[in-house]
Design a protein around this ligand. Structure first.
Ligand code: CP
Length: 318
């Protein structure tokens, strides 16, 4: 499967992986590779988005996504406005739509949104003129996370095609797994997922992955093992007996990692629950690329903003 990069993104927004075709995914990854070089310069800034304004509208906690969008915006010379729900008029009962319409009245170019409700970015994309970027909506999608994960795998392996990627952990509450399965399978990787039965969403296999109940079956011979956080805050009722028991059966330990390929990459989107889904000896071990994922997050978010602004060609000139 040879994928020719698209010349531009077709949509106004990036709300999910589903609307992207392989050529557009290739374009974002290629552009992100160019963006990565900016971080190696003494002055890590280019004027590509000078005069553009980005509202970072975060209704849920975030460290990596929020800060990497902000770093990306600053590196592209955009003006960033950061919204925190806890100090906004949302605390007085203002709705998401009213909040967004009022912010749009200040004429930003982009709205980056993280929201607990699946579909919130899609709703805003329909009514706003600004480009809307989904920074995570409930358990639905996290498209820039999947793009940075794909960039990390491609950078290490040279290709996504044919890579066997095992994704293990809390599938039920994970937006990362949904976006990753769609993206990786679309780009020719073979994706396996594993979780206790109570943490496997109904119809998971329809996304384009093999579904397993045992971690060992998913990671055997894998090129990449991606662990997902147990989202303790989203468990309405406990879907497994205790974190200790989860560790006993589903954590990635040095012994279990030996089942994957000898040089398999270890990934985690963060934040990690050390000692629950991942053992510190693996998280901090030689096969871990977890912090490289974070570095690549800045490059991917720069690429997404640049391309949505209509950028084409060499983005990295001073
Ligand atoms: N991976 C990720 O979305 O992390 P944050 O919640 O810290 O943004």
């Amino acid at each position: 499967m040879s994928v020719k990069p698209a010349s531009r993104l077709r949509g106004k927004d990036l709300v999910g992986i589903d609307p992207l075709d392989p050529g557009e995914i290739q374009l974002i990854l290629d552009t992100a590779e160019q963006m990565r070089s900016i971080a190696q310069r003494p002055i890590k800034k280019v004027p590509a988005l000078r005069g553009k304004t980005v509202v970072n509208l975060f209704f849920e906690a975030s460290t990596r996504t929020r800060f990497s969008f902000e770093v990306a915006e600053k590196r592209l010379s955009a003006d960033s406005l950061n919204f925190a729900a806890s100090t906004s008029a949302v605390t007085k009962g203002e709705t998401l739509i009213d909040t967004a319409l009022n912010l749009e009245a200040m004429q930003p170019d982009f709205i980056v949104i993280r929201h607990q409700c699946p579909g919130a970015p899609h709703q805003l994309a329909k009514i706003l003129k600004s480009a809307v970027v989904n920074a995570g909506d409930g358990a639905h999608e996290h498209p820039t996370q999947a793009l940075l994960d794909a960039l990390t795998i491609r950078s290490k392996r040279g290709t996504l095609e044919g890579q066997v990627v095992a994704i293990v952990g809390d599938l039920q509450h994970s937006r990362v797994v949904r976006s990753n399965v769609m993206l990786l399978s679309r780009m020719g990787a073979k994706v396996r997922v594993a979780a206790p039965p109570s943490l496997i969403p109904f119809g998971m296999e329809k996304l384009g992955c093999e579904v397993h109940r045992r971690l060992e079956d998913a990671i055997a011979g894998a090129d990449v093992v991606m662990m997902l956080r147990i989202q303790l805050e989203r468990q309405g009722r406990m879907n497994f007996p205790t974190p200790r028991e989860f560790y006993d059966f589903y954590a990635l330990t040095p012994e279990r990692l030996k089942l994957a390929k000898k040089d398999a990459l270890v990934m985690h989107p963060g934040p990690m629950n050390r000692g629950v889904e991942i053992d510190s000896r693996v998280a901090d071990g030689p096969q871990s690329v977890i912090l490289e994922q974070v570095t690549n997050g800045v490059a991917v978010r720069m690429a997404v903003l640049y391309l949505l602004a209509g950028g084409q060609g060499e983005p990295t000139a001073d």
